[in-house]
Design a protein around this ligand. Sequence first.
Ligand code: AMP
Length: 115
Amino acid sequence: MEGCIFCMIASGEVPVPFVYEDGLVVAFNDAEPQAPVHVLVVPRSHHTCLDDGVPADVSAALCAAVPKVAELAGIAASGYRTVINCGPDARQSVQHLHLHVLGGAQMGHGMVTFE
Ligand code: AMP
């Protein structure tokens, strides 16, 4: 999709080192990490979020990439959290579906905070 930063990264138009890639998804470090390890897994195809008719093979590729990213990032054994933000209440800021992989340190007990 024209003007979409994650489309541009996935296509290589904006060069970013990939932590992992396959035919359907790419993974790269978040520009503003919120954990010692913070990787984004992004479909090569443009979908706004999970409610945007995401094909089953793309959904499966997103999930399948997670343990591979965790292994490559060295957090498979220590554990990690995955997050997909959808829409305004979740504060989705990039309107191209992406899955956060967060880890590298012990997290607090609360899963989310509200304003
Ligand atoms: P979300 O709030 O779920 O939409 O998360 C979007 C994430 O993308 C944020 O954590 C940003 O720091 C990250 N981000 C935005 N632009 C870039 C970029 N060019 N490269 C890497 N990460 C980015």
